[in-house]
Ligand binder design. Structure first.
Ligand code: ATP
Length: 295
């Protein structure tokens, strides 16, 4: 026969009489503070006792020494008598602190849809700051300087490295890409969640720098062929760069194990991918042990 000491396997009376536990006197919650000899009227309440509830209604209402039947009394009367019996006010302060701002790293192979997911996330979710990456690559049609990237020359980029202004940087397909630190600090301090868009190499470096203080999301296509089709359809690559990107993607997919979450961005299903990223953010906000990113 197994003997359990947790949960509901022990009844209240068995707890009181078990050899293993000292009997604990149960307070009489229906009249806990007024022994017969003490007149009720002599009890005086001092602030901050009753502070929260006395603000809610008629402060002149007589205090009830016992808890009235819930089906007979109104809510205020019940609240006040409960406070009275508990000998402390019921607090209206939040029971849990506000969640910490998050740093969310979104990564994945080239052409998987990082920009597309982030663009949509930007439209549907508030309270996020999308860090604008600095890059020395030429601007693509439709891209806006300062919104999609900070487009800088190679020389300017090297000067930023020199001044230690970048959290992480790398040379990607012959161009530099890096994350300016100042933006992250500024927006974390204002309570924004930070979204960083990096390639796999960048995510690896960020994991070393940020450890588990950030959330790492790996974006992936439903299949290799779909990923390549997407790159072809984008019409931004030369035949050489196409080959390099596809070969690199094959290797990069193996890195998924170093991420916290994986999100499939399937063809025509951008909306679902964005919803899943949102759910990840929501779940992270509800974690008991919060991440605490510091840059
Ligand atoms: N779910 C999807 N269904 C169909 N097309 C998509 C989807 N997601 C993205 N795309 C398209 O795939 C192409 C590549 O997407 P995007 O440029 O966002 O990829 P990326 O991961 O940012 O690439 P890179 O790292 O090379 O900049 C774009 O033309 C984009 O519109």
């Amino acid at each position: 026969m197994s003997r359990r000491f947790f949960g509901t396997s022990l009844s209240r009376s068995s707890m009181l009489h078990t050899k293993f536990h000292k009997p604990i006197p149960f307070p009489n919650l229906l009249n806990p503070i007024f022994p017969k000899s003490k007149p009720i009227q002599s009890f005086r309440l001092t602030p901050p006792f009753f502070s929260s509830i006395s603000q809610m209604g008629d402060a002149r209402r007589p205090l009830s020494p016992t808890i009235p039947p819930p089906d007979k009394a109104d809510r205020l009367e019940l609240l006040r008598s409960l406070e009275f019996s508990l000998r402390s006010s019921l607090s209206s302060d939040p029971l849990v602190p506000n969640p910490n701002p998050l740093v969310i790293v979104i990564s994945g192979p080239s052409g998987v849809g990082k920009d597309a997911v982030i663009k949509r996330l930007r439209e549907v979710r508030e309270g996020l700051h999308f860090v604008v990456t600095a890059t020395s690559r030429p601007m693509r049609p439709g891209e806006v300087d300062g919104k999609d990237y900070y487009f800088v020359s190679k020389e300017e980029f090297l000067a930023m490295i020199e001044r230690n202004e970048l959290l992480e940087y790398a040379s990607v397909y012959g161009d530099y890409k890096g994350i300016p630190k100042r933006q992250i600090r500024e927006f974390l301090a204002k309570g924004y969640d930070i979204v960083l868009r990096v390639d796999i190499q960048g995510a690896e470096t960020l994991r070393t720098i940020l450890g588990n203080s950030a959330v790492f999301v790996f974006l992936i296509a439903e299949s290799e062929v779909k990923l390549v089709e997407r790159l072809i359809d984008r019409r931004t690559e030369t035949k050489e760069s196409l080959l390099v990107r596809v070969a690199t993607a094959r290797e990069e997919v193996k890195q998924v194990k170093n991420f916290d979450y994986v999100v499939v961005n399937a063809d025509g299903k951008l909306e679902s991918a964005v919803k899943l990223v949102e759910s990840i953010i929501d779940a992270e906000k509800a974690k008991v042990m919060q991440r605490n990113a510091a840059v």
